[in-house]
Write a protein that binds this ligand. Structure first.
Ligand SMILES: NC(=O)c1ccc[n+]([C@@H]2O[C@H](COP(=O)([O-])OP(=O)(O)OC[C@H]3O[C@@H](n4cnc5c(N)ncnc54)[C@H](OP(=O)(O)O)[C@@H]3O)[C@@H](O)[C@H]2O)c1
Length: 303
């Protein structure tokens, strides 16, 4: 993922990549050469101690986010932490508490929130284009052959469809509906113990709902719909890129196409730092915490 993120970095206008860190000096050096990065550090501790570094992008597997993020925060460096933010609610709480106590910027790299397609949806919902939002329906499904050696299937590396795919559908639905009053989840697990598929039903006391699913065990479209009292919005596959969005108002469609990319979340971090913010207004830590709790609630129910 670090390579994919870097591939979009040339479009970042308010920051530079000055260093890379790895658990291995050789891998750090090879990565630095391959990507034209000035300095390579053979440990994450050395990376966060680098005085030239203002912000650290954490792209390790999920359970390994917390130690790097806490070390960076302790060194006064801002952190952009890949989704899912951590592999447990308690680890998310530790990062949030540390960042707030130190007054250091921290944000989950939920890049979908920064895409112009999602910005358009936010505007449509705010201006009442689909009336009151009553429900969200969608999936993110990505077939993968079962391989217990792959991080996606390894519990020690935070594998499982909920942390990898569920975070997208839940973070998206949470944007429009907030935290549900009821969570129901079903799913199935691989022999390694991690879940390969899940379906989640969220309920709200006022009758609103979300139906969300994801899987490594099947192929699927990866689409999303936001249902309202005056219309609905389709976010076409794959919805987490939000490259094509249709507004259906009075059954009349209006489709728009948008760019996608990881540079938009990175530019946002630079803007927050320049403005002296310690949290993003678009991806606030309170939302990261809420979604992490909702993922944990779902995981608890998957037999
Ligand atoms: N935003 C997106 O579209 C997107 C897409 C894919 C993945 N992701 C996220 O990006 C993060 C990394 O995913 P990935 O697929 O890039 O993971 P990965 O290739 O398995 O691991 C990334 C790097 O983490 C480092 N690492 C640190 N501790 C490790 C450990 N105990 N075991 C294995 N590696 C360790 C390794 O680098 P060194 O050995 O050099 O230290 C490794 O190369 C995850 O949070 C994932 O969900 C995001």
């Amino acid at each position: 993922m670090a390579q994919a993120w870097l591939a979009d970095f040339p479009r970042v206008t308010n920051g530079r990549v000055v260093a890379v860190g790895s658990r291995s000096t050789d891998r750090a050096a090879a990565f630095a050469v391959a990507h034209g990065i000035p300095r390579a550090h053979g440990s994450y501790a050395a990376l966060v101690a680098d005085p030239e570094v203002d912000a650290v992008y954490v792209a390790t597997p999920h359970p390994q986010h917390v130690d790097v993020a806490l070390a960076a925060i302790a060194a006064g460096k801002a952190v952009l932490v890949e989704k899912a933010f951590t592999s447990s609610v308690s680890d998310t709480e530790r990062i949030v508490e540390a960042a707030r106590a130190a007054g250091v910027f921290a944000m989950e790299a939920m890049w979908t929130r920064f895409l112009p397609g999602v910005t358009w949806i936010r505007e449509l919902v705010a201006e009442g284009a689909i009336g009151q939002v009553r429900g969200v329906q969608g999936d993110l499904t990505a077939f993968r052959d079962y391989d217990p050696a792959d991080r996606l299937f390894d519990p020690a590396l935070g594998g499982g469809a909920v942390l990898d795919l569920g975070v997208y559908v839940m973070s998206f639905a949470h944007m429009w509906l907030g935290t549900p009053d009821v969570v129901r989840a079903v799913g199935g697990r691989y022999p390694s113990g991690v879940e390969g598929e899940f379906a989640v039903l969220w309920g709200y006391r006022d009758g609103r709902s979300a139906t969300l699913s994801g899987a490594f065990t099947a192929y699927g479209p990866g689409r999303m719909a936001i249902l309202g009292t005056r219309g609905w919005i389709d976010v076409h596959p794959r919805f987490h890129r939000a490259a094509e969005v249709t507004l259906w108002r009075a059954k009349v469609p209006e489709t728009r196409r948008f760019e996608a990319g990881y540079h938009l979340e990175t530019i946002h971090v630079g803007e927050c730092l320049a403005a002296g913010l310690t949290e993003s207004p678009v991806m606030p830590l309170v939302d990261t915490l809420a979604v992490q709790r909702l993922m944990a609630q779902a995981l608890d129910q998957i037999a």
